[in-house]
Design a protein around this ligand. Structure first.
Ligand SMILES: CC(C)(COP(=O)(O)OP(=O)(O)OC[C@H]1O[C@@H](n2cnc3c(N)ncnc32)[C@H](O)[C@@H]1OP(=O)(O)O)[C@@H](O)C(=O)NCCC(=O)NCCS
Length: 130
């Protein structure tokens, strides 16, 4: 289940965000979590299972576009489909939006091949529509 981030989840969210390639440095991580806290068009969601929070997804909303900045799953829960589930759950929240990757999330989104199921557009490449 996707839940909205709030300050109570700061530590777990930072831990999960730190698996993203650009968030290895503590300074970057602190800046990132602060931006998600303050900027209205930046949204952070956590993925909750019975055993607790195991994933994080961070997006930027611009008009009809969702830019996928961050996506990570706790290493002990990877390769079980949670990454895909999180992206699908996000698209259920924003069904009319186009999902675009950043440089770091592009290869995973391409692997999911969501273009077949929903609207997805690759930045700097030709748009793919349903
Ligand atoms: C990317 C990530 C969120 C995927 O989560 P997950 O729950 O393991 O994803 P799923 O179970 O839905 O899918 C697993 C598949 O994605 C592949 N995959 C994982 N990371 C990938 C990447 N960066 N690019 C392309 N494919 C990737 C796996 O090899 C696996 O492939 P398989 O099904 O052919 O074996 C997870 O690997 C992670 O947290 N990585 C570290 C954070 C990161 O690098 N984020 C940026 C990329 S989104």
């Amino acid at each position: 289940m996707l839940i909205r981030y709030n300050k109570n989840y700061e530590k777990i969210a930072m831990g999960l965000l730190s698996f993203n390639p650009n968030e290895k440095e503590l300074q970057n991580l602190l800046k990132t979590i602060n931006e998600y806290d303050k900027e209205q068009n930046l949204q952070l969601y956590l993925w909750k299972e019975e055993e607790g929070i195991i994933g994080v997804v961070g997006i930027e909303l611009n008009d009809q576009e969702i830019l996928l900045h961050h996506l990570s799953v706790n290493p002990s829960h990877r390769d079980k489909g949670f990454g895909k589930l999180m992206v699908e759950a996000l698209l259920e929240i924003y069904p009319d939006n186009t999902l675009s990757p950043t440089e770091t999330t592009a290869s995973f989104l391409e692997k999911l091949d969501l273009a077949k199921e929903t609207k997805m557009e690759h930045k700097n490449k030709r748009p793919v529509t349903i």
